[in-house]
Write a protein that binds this ligand. Structure first.
Ligand code: FES
Length: 124
């Protein structure tokens, strides 16, 4: 029994280390190829983070494990990806000072400044 608990502890530690060192991107797949693309650096909530060429803002954040993109207008509940095609406004964020940017369809660019949006958002 004790050995089994240590075995499980090791497995969990290895899993946690793996999660800590990687993002949510799929690097290897038995059938599909994922060529490495140019890394793009941008600011999120005052911290420099990175995505890759071809990402949308929301997909880059999602790959980093950041799933709350805004807070709802009435009850301030966290919101994230919903439709991912620009139809629902669940992913609205403040991008370079402009509120209500649908980040699921806006391509990521170098040095963008991205912030979570509260309520209806305000211009900065
Ligand atoms: S997730 Fe619906 S508009 Fe972006």
């Amino acid at each position: 029994m004790g050995f089994y608990i240590i075995y499980l502890y090791d497995k969990i530690s290895i899993y946690r280390q793996h999660i800590k060192d990687t993002t949510m991107r799929i690097d290897e797949h038995p059938i599909l190829d994922f060529p490495k693309k140019q890394k793009i650096f941008f600011m999120f909530e005052g911290k420099q983070v990175s995505g890759y060429e071809g990402d949308t803002i929301a997909s880059a954040l999602h790959a980093l494990g950041i799933k709350t993109l805004r807070y709802s207008i009435e009850h301030n509940r966290p919101r994230g990806f919903y439709c991912a095609i620009g139809n629902c406004a669940s992913c609205n964020m403040i991008v370079d000072g402009t509120p209500n940017v649908r980040t699921c369809i806006v391509p990521l660019k170098e040095n963008m400044v991205v912030e979570r949006q509260m309520n209806k958002g305000v211009f900065k």
